[in-house]
Design a protein around this ligand. Structure first.
Ligand SMILES: Cc1cc2nc3c(=O)[nH]c(=O)nc-3n(C[C@H](O)[C@H](O)[C@H](O)COP(=O)(O)OP(=O)(O)OC[C@H]3O[C@@H](n4cnc5c(N)ncnc54)[C@H](O)[C@@H]3O)c2cc1C
Length: 467
């Protein structure tokens, strides 16, 4: 042991949970050390949210030019476009680099000490860090230990990662494009990346064990996405279990519910069947913290079962979302600084960046019913929205769910091109306790997709203006 350090707060993990906690702690004057073994920014900035959205944008632009090369009602004509995937990936890496460097600069600005290396928990107040650069070990003592080690992709026992079987991490940095890609899992990661590859010209088949894609969302919301996948020529095989690679390794063997087997030729297989909290391999077991399934159990202040040991983000389980991790991280820093906080958001928005996109906040009509609430709900279709027409984006709708007795809004859902940007309006309205009349009575700029938000509220009140 070459060095011993002391700090008030020690954060393990420099993802959106850990780095936001450290920045806020720095702002509040708490001596803070953050340990990260890979790149600052974690899954989100390096191999998750940001790179996937960059590739989604690139694929969409390429797909548009392909459509223009055929025929365009807009009168645009282009010659046969091509994609230089190396350059696309380099562009995406440039964005990642800019953001991760930005995180480093923010941590420095707020006086956070960043230690690059592998953290190994000794006890609730002691962590050893082995430097990546020279193998040297530092022992760090802390008053508060914040666990923000994130999650990792779940492997299929019948088809472990390696060779042509890849996770989202490798799929986000292709050196060349495969001719045929099989995606296992029709959750949002599988569908976002499957759509990217299809738009870049790859022959894509998605295999899902359940009877529907995007099982976390209701059927009405998912339908426009399913229809778009069909239009784009993405094969979707529902109710099929993956058995493994064929003997020659050139295909994926799948089986339907009746036990009938078939093979799907594949040059690459993307396994996107979920992520699990990263709880192993770094001494966490020694703390014997209470678990909630595979995740760490936390209370509404992100406290674990051990005093002054906190956990946030993916390590604490579903929903695994970057903005949730950030909000938890900010709160923990404030609690350590002595502020009174609890984590009781009215809504945690979630976006699925498929084409079209899905955004949800709060309860769906079915959730409200299951919770025993008497609710009314109403939708407004983008087919009746002028801005949607000018964007050639009339597929989809905005839906509101509100209590029948006092019209308090308890949920929003939307599906359509660009609806991710409605997430802010949805969660703000819920955090502020808005009623249908508040949204219906707010002047929304024309022509915008947001007018569908106002119209959905008006429709729930029985007097939509444009339908
Ligand atoms: C392809 C993909 C797309 C996604 N898209 C979205 C999206 O659009 N929106 C959204 O909200 N979420 C998205 N997510 C999920 C999002 O990335 C995670 O919810 C978020 O990154 C969780 O943040 P975190 O801080 O908990 O953990 P992470 O971001 O996983 O960070 C944990 C960090 O801890 C480090 N670490 C772990 N163990 C140790 C150790 N022993 N020593 C030192 N360092 C350690 C890791 O290297 C990592 O950098 C996506 C995920 C993937 C994979």
């Amino acid at each position: 042991m070459s060095q011993i350090e002391n700090t008030t707060l020690l954060v393990i993990g420099g993802g959106p949970g850990g780095y936001v906690a450290a920045i806020r702690a720095g702002q509040l004057g708490i001596p803070t050390v953050l340990v990260e073994r890979e790149q600052l920014g974690g899954t989100c900035l390096n191999i998750g949210c940001i790179p996937s959205k960059a590739l989604i944008h690139a694929a969409e632009e390429f797909d548009k030019t392909l459509q223009y090369a055929e025929t365009s009602p807009l009168g645009i004509r282009v010659r046969a476009p091509e994609i230089d995937i190396e350059r696309t990936v380099a562009w995406k890496d440039g964005i990642v680099q800019k953001l991760t460097r930005g995180v480093g600069a923010l941590l420095k600005k707020h006086g956070v000490k960043v230690v690059q290396g592998d953290a190994h928990v000794i006890d609730g107040k002691t962590v050893d860090v082995t430097s990546n650069a020279n193998g040297e070990r530092v022992r760090i003592h802390c008053e508060h230990l914040l666990l923000a080690a994130g999650s990792e992709p779940t492997a299929l026992p019948s088809m472990p990662f390696g060779g042509k079987v890849v996770s989202s991490t490798e799929a986000l940095s292709p050196k060349t494009l495969p001719k045929r890609l099989v995606v296992v899992g029709a959750g949002y990661i599988g569908l976002e990346l499957g759509t990217v590859y299809r738009k870049l010209g790859v022959d894509v088949t998605v295999v899902e064990a359940l009877d529907r894609i995007l099982p976390a969302y209701d059927a009405e919301l998912v339908k426009p996405v399913a229809d778009a996948l069909t239009r784009k020529g993405v094969g979707v095989l529902l109710g099929h279990k993956v058995l493994g690679l064929s003997a020659d390794g050139h295909a994926v063997r799948v089986q339907d519910r009746e036990g009938v087997e078939k093979t799907l030729p594949a040059d690459q297989v993307l396994v996107a069947v979920g992520r699990r909290p990263r709880t192993q391999g770094w001494g966490l077991e020694s703390l014997q913290l209470d678990r909630n399934g595979a995740a760490l159990r936390i209370d509404d202040q992100c406290r674990t079962s051990m005093r002054d040991v906190w956990a946030i983000g993916d390590l604490a389980g579903e929903p695994m979302l970057a903005h949730l991790a950030m909000a938890q991280g900010e709160m923990v820093a404030e609690l350590i600084a002595g502020k009174a906080r609890r984590f009781v958001p009215a809504a945690i928005p979630a976006v699925c960046f498929t084409d079209p996109e899905i955004v949800t906040a709060g309860m769906s009509p079915a959730d409200a019913q299951a919770a025993g609430l008497d609710c009314l709900s109403a939708s407004f279709p983008f087919a009746a929205n002028g801005r949607a027409m000018t964007l050639e984006a009339t597929d989809g709708f905005v839906r509101v769910v509100a209590r029948r007795d006092n019209h308090l809004i308890v949920g929003w859902q939307a599906v359509g091109r660009g609806v991710s940007e409605l997430a802010a309006a949805f969660s703000q309205s819920m955090e502020m306790g808005a009623r249908l009349e508040d949204i219906g009575g707010t002047i929304h700029a024309h022509p915008t997709l947001g007018e569908a938000v106002q119209e959905a509220a008006l429709r729930a009140l029985g007097h939509a203006l444009h339908i």
